[in-house]
Write a protein that binds this ligand. Structure first.
Ligand code: ADP
Ligand code: MG
Ligand code: ZN
Length: 613
């Protein structure tokens, strides 16, 4: 990305200003010096008193510590001009001076105490200069805080929406992998932006606003830029969160300014990233009933309404919280078109990997497909990170090509966390081996479960060991059988410990949590329970993208709640029995797998197949 165009004063400009000020200062100083310099050179005090005593002085004028005066007789060679003199008074009072002057009949005048010209300049100008410097400094600071953008003290309300000229955006739809549907939807708009006349001629109106929604890292920002690049139009972007840190009243004027700029540059694209930070439902008091935010949002709404139909300005916005947006934003005429960017599927993941490995030398060109199949649930940003981790690993090991093993390493690190340098005791290790073997055997023997990819007893992240399964294809729908097996697999670790040692350990806490979560959803959410029937009883609801809980009100009876709890336990008990029987039956396999794990620590899919079949 090229540097954004700004009209903020750069260092050179500031330097010039400072030089000018200094020069002005010097001129004033020199002028005052000039006038002081041309005054008569001072007479000594004693010489002055002698002159007075001799009656040679006609009049004096006393000001501060200086006395100026005229001699009675004109100076030689100056015609009738009286000769003047100047005396500096000693700092100690001389009580005899006034009587002496009076005695000699010298005319005495006194002038009010006054500062010297230089002092006057300093006292009069310096405070102002300081004040000015302070203003300049603080406005610079303000601009820096707001990321720069406009010039001068008064320019701070100018939009900081960065303007990217068409040539500064070098990415197009080719740089966005997958998202074919979204690209298809935008082609028409891109065409409108390229040749507005064609559409306007037949009275077609351009869609005004388009909202990109999707989980973080799915390429919303990237896609907006690519759209501008594809259409070859100016691109103005601002992030909603930037509005928030601004001063009161500034957000709204920035919006006004950005829209004004975009209108002038039409056809153009405005991009408001993270719009949820300004576009939350108004009046909810979230974020402290933020007036500033509401004003900003209102300004956005007003600007969007103010467009003439023939103005070719497209407003893109992105959010990963579409559920919190103010309905006014989604009204027809505003962001009435919506595009959902989902987490990439297998094929899209492969394409994203291809895009990001363009500059990465690969040992095996065909490995990307395999990697794509093992990165279910990763976003575009995750995949980009994965490629980078793999390249880092290869470089660390002084290799010139990135291999499948590097990707494996990177993936394990990203997904499972780094390996922990922990020394476990023999007994503990053995128990973990049996625990993981229990998960693995259950997974391996269950009919509907996902492929078993890896078992390891090397502690990683928070886990003491891992059993990894990965579906061949992305799954969108789960059958009751599949889910029950899933619960069984989670219970397998604990049950293997029970079988071998006759007791259980705390190592299964996370397994139980997962199993219970699935069971609860089956019972209360997916209508998979005979007793309760096909009814959905809202539990605390998870956010569709973030996996975060959204509080929801319970609107069913206490009795139902009890019943749900009872049925969840019953379901888990049922799965437990099935798993127990399965492990009992496969006890030799369990032993064999645990022994192999103790020996090798990590077993890959192929090793497991060899061992168990
Ligand atoms: P979002 O705005 O949705 O959170 P970004 O657009 O910032 O995500 O994406 C982050 C990075 O992930 C991008 O810079 C890009 O490198 C990568 N990325 C995400 N989706 C894709 C995609 N479909 N194709 C290529 N790269 C992608
Ligand atoms: Mg983004
Ligand atoms: Zn476990």
């Amino acid at each position: 990305m090229a540097a954004p165009e700004t009209n903020k004063p750069n260092n050179d400009e500031l330097y010039k200003r400072a030089t000018r000020l200094t020069l002005l200062f010097l001129i004033i100083y020199a002028t005052t010096q000039y006038f002081t310099a041309f005054q008569p050179s001072p007479l000594s005090y004693s010489a002055f008193k002698e002159q007075v005593a001799a009656g040679a002085v006609k009049k004096v004028s006393i000001k501060n510590e200086t006395i100026t005066g005229e001699f009675a007789s004109p100076a030689s060679g100056t015609g009738n001009q009286p000769a003047t003199f100047k005396v500096i008074l000693p700092p100690i009072d001389d009580p005899g001076l006034i009587p002496l002057l009076e005695e000699q009949g010298v005319e005495i005048a006194a002038e009010p105490t006054e500062m010297s010209v230089v002092m006057r300049v300093i006292v009069g100008v310096v405070p102002w200069l300081l004040l000015l410097a302070f203003f300049v400094y603080s406005s610079q600071l303000m601009q820096k805080r707001m990321g720069g953008g406009s010039g001068g003290i008064l320019g701070f309300s100018r939009s900081k929406a960065r303007r990217h000229e068409q040539e500064t955006i070098h990415i197009g739809f080719d740089d966005v992998a997958g998202l074919d549907q979204a690209k298809q939807d935008l082609r028409e708009i891109v065409d409108f932006l390229k040749t507005p006349e064609k559409y306007l001629r037949i009275g077609a109106k351009m869609p005004r606003g388009l909202l990109l929604m999707g989980p973080p890292g799915t390429g919303k920002t990237l896609f907006a830029k690519a759209t501008a690049g594809e259409a070859g139009v100016p691109f103005f972007s601002i992030s909603g969160s930037e509005f928030i840190e601004m001063f009161v009243g500034v957000g709204a004027s920035r919006v006004r300014d950005m829209f004004e700029q975009a209108r002038k540059a039409a056809p153009s694209i405005i991009f408001i990233d993270e719009i949820d930070s300004v576009g939350r439902v108004r009046g909810t008091g979230l974020g402290g009933g933020n007036d500033e935010r509401e004003q900003t949002l209102n300004q956005i709404l007003a600007e969007m309404d103010g467009f003439e139909p023939e103005e070719a300005v497209l407003i893109l916005a992105a959010t990963n919280r579409p559920d919190v947006l103010d309905p006014a934003l989604l009204r027809p005429g505003r962001f009435d078109r919506k595009l959902v960017l989902e987490l990439p599927e297998m094929a899209a993941r492969e394409k994203i990997l291809q895009v990001h490995t363009r500059k990465v030398p690969l040992a095996d060109k065909d490995c990307l497909r395999d990697i794509a199949s093992r990165t279910v649930g990763m976003s575009g940003a995750d995949l980009e990170n994965l490629v980078n981790e793999a390249a880092l690993k290869a470089a660390r090991d002084d290799r010139t090509e990135v291999s499948v093993q590097d990707f494996e390493y990177a993936r394990d690190r990203v997904v499972l966390g780094s390996e922990r340098e922990e020394v476990l005791g023999e007994e503990e290790k053995k128990r973990i081996a049996f625990h993981e073997a229990g998960h693995a055997i259950t997974a391996y023997r269950m009919k509907h479960s996902d492929r078993l990819r890896k078992v390891s007893i090397i502690p990683r992240g928070r886990a003491l060991g891992i059993t990894e399964q990965m579906p061949e294809e992305d799954r969108h729908n789960f059958t009751q059988e599949y889910l029950e097996e899933k619960i069984s697999i989670f219970l397998g670790g604990r049950l293997a410990e029970q079988l071998i040692y006759g007791d259980v350990s705390t190592g299964a806490a996370d397994d139980l949590k997962q199993a219970t979560l699935i069971a609860r959803k089956m019972v209360a959410h997916w209508g998979m329970n005979e007793e309760l029937g096909p009814v959905s009883f809202p539990q605390s609801e998870e956010h569709p993208f973030l996996g975060r809980d959204i509080a929801e009100q319970r609107n069913f009876s206490e009795d139902t709640l009890k019943m749900i709890d009872r049925e969840v336990v019953a379901l888990i008990r049922k799965c437990e029995q099935a798993t127990e029987a399965l492990l009992e039956k496969n006890r030799t396999d369990l032993n064999r797998l645990a022994t192999a794990l103790l020996e090798h620590e990590t077993l890959e899919e192929s090793d497991i197949i060899k061992l168990l079949d």
